[in-house]
Design a protein around this ligand. Structure first.
Ligand code: EPZ
Length: 418
């Protein structure tokens, strides 16, 4: 496993462009399976997870061509309904192709996606929804097979607003003539981006971005061209790095409205944030942070995003006071607390709640990324720490952050890879 080597104490300053969103690109790549011909995507990030989804699409028979941030996916050769086990095990988001394969081929098969560091992450809500659309679902022995040539539109009420289940079911429904309704649907911006893609293909999608989505599917869909929305979690990570290092930076291609839970929190502790511009955010960290006890809990959009909880927790180490972070979306997403303690952080945590004693200095150490966003939190902490920090598991972090070291270096960080 590779490493990041960071020497802390440098302010992040300058301008950086936010890349296209990993968590919008992955479902939209999967949705290309539904099209009748080649689709063209723009601003597709160059990430390991995108490469895995590319391999999944090729494995089922699509052709995928990439040129810079542009990608052309031609689904016309798709004739395989089985997702290769090693790809499903490498990336849970491979599950996104199940709905489209069911819609296109009448069948989809995959090993059950493994849990990961942050939780068990079952797929029961996905399977419940496929059954509600008339599919036969066999789910035993570690494999899942869903089949149905004549699916019917239905009403699906999700017990939890699962992002992936909402996306999988929107995709399946878009090729079923008639109106399917998804209640208690996820409302994340990535859902809205997928809906816009499906509409460009010819489906009618109403209510994306609300908890009540109606999809009027068509037996055949067309083709389209689409630009992926900016990655709000990458933007949050960069913003927290600037705020944590006393810096001043402009984030371009950043939609402030996609992070409703973050900007007010930063302002509460004295960080200045300009969000008047629809596609740009400017951040000024203060000379002195306003000591204030901060309490935050994660929840589905538009609540405080779980994907920026680890990075925000690392930032709180800078703020004098006692803070509480409660992770309510995943059952085990505070693993970064253990690693941050190796850097001198004073944190008491169980699997769901952390108590953070902020305002104390951090010192460089050797740490390991437990998962993608926890790894990003370690990078932020290393930028704040005195001395050198070695962060093991660079590839885990690079699943979600393109050219992270290069881009942080351009902002003034002392960070290298090995
Ligand atoms: C998506 O994962 C994101 N991944 C995650 O980002 C993100 O953390 C998550 O949504 C929540 O916002 C992608 O979009 C590729 P969920 P997903 O289904 O769809 C439970 C990152 O760092 N659940 O909304 O898997 C589940 O266990 C990644 O970029 C069920 O119980 O998330 C979890 O506790 C990490 N049954 C909660 O719902 C199901 O069938 C939220 O999961 C599905 C989910």
């Amino acid at each position: 496993m590779g490493e990041f080597v960071v020497r802390g104490g440098r302010r992040l300053e300058g301008t950086v462009r936010v890349n296209g969103a990993k968590n919008a690109a992955l479902p939209i790549m999967a949705a290309s399976i539904l099209a009748q011909g080649p689709v063209v995507l723009h601003d597709v990030p160059d990430l390991r997870d995108v490469a895995v989804m590319t391999d999944v699409l090729k494995a089922v028979g699509a052709t995928v061509k990439r040129s810079g941030a542009d990608m052309t996916i031609d689904p016309r050769g798709i004739n395989q309904h089985v997702v290769p086990a090693h790809l499903m095990q490498e990336m849970r988001a491979s599950i996104f192709v199940m709905g489209p394969l069911l819609a296109r081929l009448g069948r989809a098969e995959a090993v059950q996606p493994g849990g990961c560091a942050i939780g068990d992450r079952p797929i029961d809500l996905h399977l419940y929804g496929f059954r509600a659309l008339g599919a036969d679902v066999q789910d035993g022995g570690g494999r899942t097979v869903i089949a149905g040539k004549n699916l019917s539109p239905g009403e699906i009420h999700l017990a939890f607003p699962s992002v992936g289940a909402t996306e999988n079911l929107m995709m399946a429904a878009s090729r079923i003539p008639g109106e399917t309704r998804i209640r208690n649907a996820a409302m994340e911006p990535e859902i809205v981006d997928l809906a816009q893609f499906l509409e460009k293909l010819g489906a009618v999608v109403r209510g994306a971005g609300t908890s009540d989505i109606r999809i009027v599917g068509q037996e055949w869909l067309g083709t389209c061209e689409h630009t992926i929305i900016p990655d709000r979690i990458e933007a949050a990570t960069l913003a927290l790095g600037v705020a944590a290092t006393g810096g001043h930076a402009v984030l371009e291609n950043c939609l402030p409205d996609h992070l409703p839970g973050l900007w007010g929190r930063l302002r509460d502790v004295g960080v200045r944030v300009a969000t008047e511009d629809a596609e740009r955010v400017e951040i000024w960290a203060p000379a002195q942070y306003r000591p204030a006890p901060v309490s935050v809990h994660t929840s589905p959009y538009p609540g405080f995003a779980t994907d920026m909880q680890p990075q925000f927790l690392a930032f709180l180490l800078k703020i004098p006071g006692v803070h509480v972070v409660s992770e309510r979306v995943f059952e085990n997403r505070l693993g970064h607390s253990r690693e941050l303690r190796r850097m001198g952080a004073q944190i008491v945590a169980d699997q769901r709640v952390a108590l953070i004693y902020g305002g104390r200095p951090l010192v460089g150490s050797v740490v390991a990324a437990p998962d993608l966003r926890a790894g990003a939190a370690l990078v932020i902490a290393a930028l704040m720490a005195e001395g050198e920090t070695i962060i093991k598991g660079r590839e885990i972090i690079e699943r979600g952050y393109q050219q992270l070291a290069e881009r942080l270096s351009l902002l003034g960080a002392d960070i290298g890879v090995r």
